[in-house]
Design a protein around this ligand. Structure first.
Ligand code: ADP
Ligand code: MG
Length: 266
């Protein structure tokens, strides 16, 4: 594959939306895979107790595996949990295991509870990576707050359906609070429209609303609904290797290319 330009410094991108099933994990995994396939060094941090990103990258995440839980709660170093994703060179994963579900509560009584991921990233040599993508759980709890404090950029996947914009206000308010008190650098750099069904007028309407509301941070590329995208994780693969010629893989590759070439800002 042709190489894309690599950023001067590691871009740490949090992928969040407190709604479930909008394509956070699918986007994390497939954007990461695309970037890695075009020469970037990429780390996916799985911050969802379900461990779906770990699964989709073919990375083991049963209870005994050292995981992001140990980093957040037991002060383990990221270097001790990061593993290579088996399918794709240059792609790495910090896996999540089910005990992460308890971290939401356990974090409450920890010192600097909102900044534990940031501290772990600071202590880690992230500059060996071009991109760190942080996949969030579907909530605005302390795990997502850790991801917002740990990241420099926020990517919001939005599913093209009726209630898409509802609830985004809550996310944006949380982002503003984090910016004011915990991470000045944070900004919404990228919005990605997912699961687009070209046959419905509704999808087109939602896409238009999102573009008029958020302007040029919305990537030009829209991810279509594609069965191949939803099949890939059960084979422990991204759609980029599972079916590289599928519409979903091509779209994720286009979206990743936009991000690598400066996103919709250019
Ligand atoms: P989230 O992480 O936001 O909860 P997921 O990425 O897990 O959302 O996606 C939710 C479900 O939708 C999953 O079963 C996934 O395989 C499926 N899915 C995601 N994107 C697409 C797509 N473009 N086409 C078809 N199915 C998709
Ligand atoms: Mg998910």
């Amino acid at each position: 594959e042709r190489e894309w330009p690599r950023p001067d410094r590691c871009r740490i991108i949090t992928i969040a939306n407190q709604k479930g099933g909008v394509g956070k994990t699918t986007s994390s995994v497939n954007l990461a895979a695309s970037l890695a396939m075009h020469g970037a060094q990429v780390l996916v941090v799985d911050l969802d107790p379900q461990g779906n990103a770990s699964t989709a990258l073919g990375v083991e995440h049963h209870a005994e595996i050292p995981s992001i839980y140990d980093v957040l709660i037991e002060d383990m170093a990221l270097a001790d949990i990061v593993v290579a994703a088996p399918e794709i060179p240059n792609l790495y994963c910090a896996p999540a295991t089910l005990n992460l579900a308890g971290a939401e509560i356990e974090l409450v009584s920890k010192v600097a509870r909102e900044s534990r991921l940031r501290r772990a990233l600071d202590a880690y040599d992230t500059d060996k990576f071009d991109y760190v993508l942080i996949d969030c759980p579907p909530s605005l709890g302390l795990l997502t707050v850790n991801a917002l404090v740990g990241g420099d950029e926020l990517l919001i996947p939005i599913q093209c359906e009726y209630y898409a914009l509802e609830g985004l206000g809550q996310l944006i308010r949380t982002v503003d609070l984090v910016k004011a008190h915990l991470n000045q650098k944070l900004w919404v750099s990228t919005i990605l429209l997912t699961m687009y069904d070209a046959r419905t007028r509704l999808a087109a309407q939602v896409a238009e609303d999102v573009r008029s509301h958020f302007g040029d941070v919305v990537l030009n590329t829209v991810i279509p609904r594609s069965v191949r995208v939803s099949e890939a994780p059960s084979y422990g693969q991204s759609v980029m290797t599972y079916d590289p010629g599928s519409s979903g893989a091509l779209a994720y590759s286009e979206a990743a290319s936009e991000m690598a070439h400066g996103g919709a800002r250019k």
